[in-house]
Ligand binder design. Structure first.
Ligand code: AMP
Ligand code: MG
Length: 319
């Protein structure tokens, strides 16, 4: 038991180091130039998404006992014209010369099928790409899922509070430290939540009107904190918001596992609660998406039941 805990802690430390390297490499891109390219599903992707996925996958391949990575990006989606920029940036971050084939191979390490593995990493290399492009919040989110449970989570938040790295191990608590000064991590203490909830900037990702009615019902007087990416989970964990509401804007949409796994464990290991809008636990056994869940809420522990009641009372049919 003790040795399993120790080896998971070593995995977590290595995951933090991998995410830190990627965050530094991508923060640099953010300040120089970030062009958006449209993927087939028309969601934006930038050189940063591919840089971060390649760097994290390369690092995990060298350090981790768990080989499978379920990442958001695919090697086949890299536009040919980005090849030179990617090899230069990834080579600089790793301190070696790399070619396009090596970058493709690292990216492809992130294409595991969750159905094939009981334990696997899941990676959102640039969560909140729209925020990244807008100068708003973004995150690198890496989590280890084992037997359907999020076991480890790392969240790099490069533009939040000077750059933050949050990390959590199941049963081992959560830590927080400066992202750009590695090594300094202290136990994360939850705050009271500042009398407000947080939600997506993008109205297409979460129902803002319904959230406002729920906030009023809960007696939250402050305006919602609208920020991109899983930095919302960091805000709940740090007590900058009492709850993160992600209320479905369509009946068909199912959340992606890499948009929630790392955030969930960080909030839970700070004593908070995470579920879907019906109060069901997030089910990470259904593949790349949370097929058995609708929306997500993350709350201060004492508010979870009240938030669920308010959601039930402010039903979707009123829209
Ligand atoms: P956020 O920054 O919280 O707005 O979330 C960004 C994430 O929203 C992206 O990583 C997408 O995976 C996800 N997303 C895309 N479309 C939707 C949708 N219709 N509802 C909820 N989330 C979505
Ligand atoms: Mg994302």
């Amino acid at each position: 038991m003790a040795s399993a805990t120790n080896s998971l802690q070593r995995e977590l430390d290595a995951a933090c180091a991998a995410v830190q390297v990627a965050a530094v490499a991508c923060s640099d891109i953010a300040t120089i130039e970030a062009r958006a390219i449209s993927k087939d599903d028309r969601s934006p992707v930038t050189v940063a998404d591919f840089t971060a996925q390649a760097l994290v996958c390369a690092a995990l391949a060298e350090t981790s006992a768990f080989r499978a990575v379920v990442g958001e990006e695919r090697a086949a989606d890299v536009p040919a014209e980005l090849g030179g920029e990617l090899t230069t940036r990834i080579g600089a971050a790793r301190g070696e010369t790399v070619d396009v084939d090596r970058v493709s191979a690292w990216l492809a390490l992130g294409e595991a099928d969750p159905a094939d593995h009981a334990w696997f990493w899941t990676l959102d290399p640039v969560d909140g790409t729209k925020g990244f492009l807008r100068g708003g919040q973004w995150a690198i989110a890496l989590a280890l899922i084992g037997d359907g449970v999020v076991q480890l989570g790392v969240l790099a938040c490069p533009r939040h509070d000077g750059g933050l790295l949050l990390a959590a191990r199941r049963g081992g608590g959560a830590t927080s430290g400066p992202l750009f000064r590695p090594g300094l991590r202290v136990a994360l203490q939850p705050g009271d939540g500042a009398g407000r909830m947080c939600e997506s900037v993008e109205a297409g990702h979460s129902d803002h009107d319904r959230a406002a009615r729920i906030a009023a019902r809960l007696g939250l007087r402050e305006a919602p904190l609208r920020i991109d990416s899983q930095v919302k989970y960091a805000a709940v964990a740090r007590g900058e918001a009492v709850a993160y509401l992600r209320l479905p804007t369509s009946a068909a949409y199912r959340e992606k596992i890499w948009d929630h796994a790392a955030g969930q464990i960080v909030v839970e290991e700070c004593g908070g609660r995470v579920s879907d809008v019906d109060g069901r636990p997030l089910d990470f056994t259904r593949g790349r998406r949370l097929e058995a869940n609708r929306g997500v809420i993350a709350t201060r522990a004492d508010l979870h039941a009240r938030v669920l009641d308010a959601i039930a009372l402010e039903g979707e049919e009123r829209r």
